[in-house]
Design a protein around this ligand. Sequence first.
Ligand code: PAP
Length: 341
Amino acid sequence: MAIPHLAKFPTIDVDKDEENLISNELKELIRCCPKEKGWRTSFLYKFQGYWCQTEEIQAIISFQKHFRAKSSDVIIASIPKSGTTWTKALTFAILNRKKFPISNENHPLLASNPHDLVPFLEYKLYANNQNPNLSNIPEPRIFGTHVPFGWLQESIKGSDCRVVYVCRNPFDTFISSWHYCSKIRSESHPPLPLEEAFNMYCKGVIGFGPFWEHMLGYWKESLERPNNVLFMKYEDMKEDPISHLKRLANFLGVPFSTEEEEAGLIEQIMKLCSFESLKDLEVNKSGKSIKNFDNKHLFRKGEIGDWVNYLSPSMVEQLSRVMEENFGDSGLKFKVFSSAS
Ligand code: PAP
């Protein structure tokens, strides 16, 4: 299904050589930033404390300058490969369930990838347009972002709008990121060996990393402003989807009614947005959404604990140590094995 108000926004094209694409102003800005080899592009730059690609920085600057939140806005935030696609689908389905009944065979989620229905601020809306006109997007507007909490524009942080952060255990997030980057890298970038990627990850060098800073930023805010920032964990959603769908709907201000619950609506939403259903849709087998990358790469295994198939005992020890040192007594803890495994 074409979503008219979003169709006009192009996405970033990352297949071109990023160094040649950027403006002189940005070149000057990143000149002094620490620089490391990227996972799927030539470089990552440490910009305002986080590792990013140049094209992202350009879009983020535009977003920070021009975006004006409405109090009804919903922002789905995450560090990449944490369950963003799934959370976007669930949020879209829950918020729009009156307009788009879940059982309808023309439901937008059956014809569009969740990233097309819930566009990324930095990869889509502000990607090639410094100040896009977002006024005709129907309310509540739902946007996605991978930027850290501190980078959210003041009009989001200081307003009543709601931020849903989805977080996944760093072991699985690492493996998912490594697979994804291996698949979407351009021909000119050789594959990054797992061990090398792992060492970069443990040093915090990954898009929008260090991962611990990203997670802790939203974690702390969710504790301070629970009505505005909801912290969801991928593992909890997998293991007890019904409770977490209810939690999400309550947070969004559209709780399920008794009639809806009795009619099995929560189960219907769960099914519509499940890994198995989304992965099998034609749009997700052959379409392209974010940055013109194949949608099929967004659906790999969708499991908890796949990392056990890749990480050696010493790697497990190393990452556990990084997590212990950085999460400390923040209260943020992760489940790293599926109860089924
Ligand atoms: P993004 O940051 O590029 O948007 P994101 O959706 O956050 O990616 O993460 C992709 C992961 O979520 C993949 O995990 P895996 O590599 O371990 O398999 C993907 O399979 C998983 N995923 C996608 N859709 C769903 C879903 N509906 N339910 C559960 N997991 C999902």
